[in-house]
Design a protein around this ligand. Structure first.
Ligand code: MTE
Length: 394
């Protein structure tokens, strides 16, 4: 039988109910499967669990509280026996490693990185308004969150194993089986060795000072700062140094930018642009889209994020659909791999208002105006200007 069809893969992995719930009585509402998240999360799917917070829960908070941090899962959350768990490091290395969590913690220095995680499917709903994207969840603006991650640097672990000549990529393997993968297979992915040894990539066991919750990858996950969330592999079991990128479905087939006319269900491995560094983006977090506000001064808040080597330099806001712009107040760049929060006060008169926000990066570049300019068949990478429609009435 193929892994994932009818039995968990591998043997010691099974579905895990949320903390405190040991068994679900037949007929018990599955809506309690919230994994410790806020009640007002927008749950796209309960199994596998896929949920995002309302943007108001992200607004104005540099670190995202754990109960509001979005969660994106392609398969069931695996139940992992932490005592039996080991991390394997193999492939093009001088010395293979097999480490328990305690061995990992005692052998390598502890590191902290504040990093924003953004799903490649964030804001897909706006792309779907342009043209339908069948079979993909309509994520709104909440599949982005920021945490202070604690762990060890992947660079230190790879130095401990000793990379051999020819090691150009580093792949990550997890035990959760995604049935959407063809054939069904455990989740995985890879990053170039140059990024893997850059220092900022963590193997993390804590998030905002708390042990990593099961839904976010306990006991150990990868955090690849500045790259799409898909490369931050959860429930990490194996790190492999290799000559080529991973052949895993989620590296070779999915998370690739295909041309608008392509049929992604028929595209073979290796077609499309593999997604890695996050492109410059900016979005509005409060007020919520479609809100009613009184005429007069209104505070607009949001974030800007530049993942791929450039920083955010400026954010502009317009309350007249782009005819005039003013500069937002931007928080200091405290952490190179995290979003920058901003705020602006716009004065609105009675009626309807379209508020826009766009960012500029340190190379003097900005991002596309509309989702139509970015539409692609899997609905990835919507980094168009932030947009908000408000009704101004007393
Ligand atoms: N790792 C495993 N093992 N399985 C997954 O389904 N999803 C990826 C990534 N790592 C995934 C995974 C995707 S697409 C994203 S966006 C992030 O995890 C989401 O991380 P979070 O659930 O902690 O927010």
């Amino acid at each position: 039988m193929a892994p994932g069809r009818g039995r968990p893969f591998p043997g010691r992995v099974s579905h895990l109910p949320p903390a405190g719930i040991t068994a679900l009585a037949p007929g018990y509402p599955t809506s309690i499967m919230k994994w410790g998240k806020r009640d007002d999360m927008l749950v796209h799917e309960e199994e596998p669990f896929n949920a995002e917070p309302p943007t108001g829960a992200l607004a104005g908070r540099f670190l995202t509280p754990l109960d509001a941090f979005y969660s994106r899962n392609h398969g069931p959350v695996p139940r992992i026996d932490a005592a039996a768990w080991r991390l394997e490091v193999d492939g093009l290395v001088e010395r293979r490693l097999r480490l328990s969590l305690e061995e990992l913690r005692s052998r390598f220095p502890e590191r902290e990185v504040v990093a924003t995680l953004q799903c490649a499917g964030n804001r897909r709903a706006e792309l779907i308004e342009v043209r339908d994207i069948p079979g993909e969840d309509p994520w709104r603006s909440g599949a982005v969150s920021t945490a202070r991650w604690t762990g060890v640097s992947l660079a230190d672990v790879l130095a401990g194993a000793g990379l051999r000549p020819g090691a150009a990529h580093v792949s990550f393997t997890a035990p959760d089986v995604a049935r959407e993968a063809d054939p069904p297979q455990p989740y995985g992915g890879s990053i170039p060795a140059a990024k893997a040894v850059a220092g900022e990539v963590l193997l993390a066991w804590a998030m905002n000072g708390h042990p990593l919750p099961a839904v976010h990858g306990a006991p150990l996950r990868v955090v690849v700062p500045g790259w799409i969330g898909a490369r931050s592999v959860k429930w990490l079991e194996r790190v492999t140094a290799r000559a080529d990128p991973s052949g895993n479905y989620f590296q070779a087939v999915a998370y690739r930018m295909s041309p608008p006319g392509a049929d992604p269900s028929r595209s073979g491995p290796g077609t499309g642009i593999p997604l890695g560094p996050v492109a410059l983006t900016c979005d509005i977090l409060s007020p919520e889209d479609g809100s009613r506000v009184p005429p007069g001064p209104t505070e607009i808040t949001g974030y800007a994020f530049a993942g791929g080597g450039h920083g955010v330099a400026r954010v502009d806001v317009s309350s007249d659909a782009g005819r005039t712009w003013s500069q937002a107040e931007l928080d200091a760049p405290a952490h190179p791999w995290a979003w920058r929060l901003w705020r602006a006060v716009v004065v609105l008169s009675e009626g309807e208002a379209d508020v826009l926000a766009r960012a500029w990066d340190t190379a003097g570049a900005t991002h596309p105006e509309t989702p139509a300019a970015l539409w692609n068949p899997k609905g990835y990478g919507n980094t168009s200007w932030g947009r908000l429609h408000l009704t101004c009435r007393r």
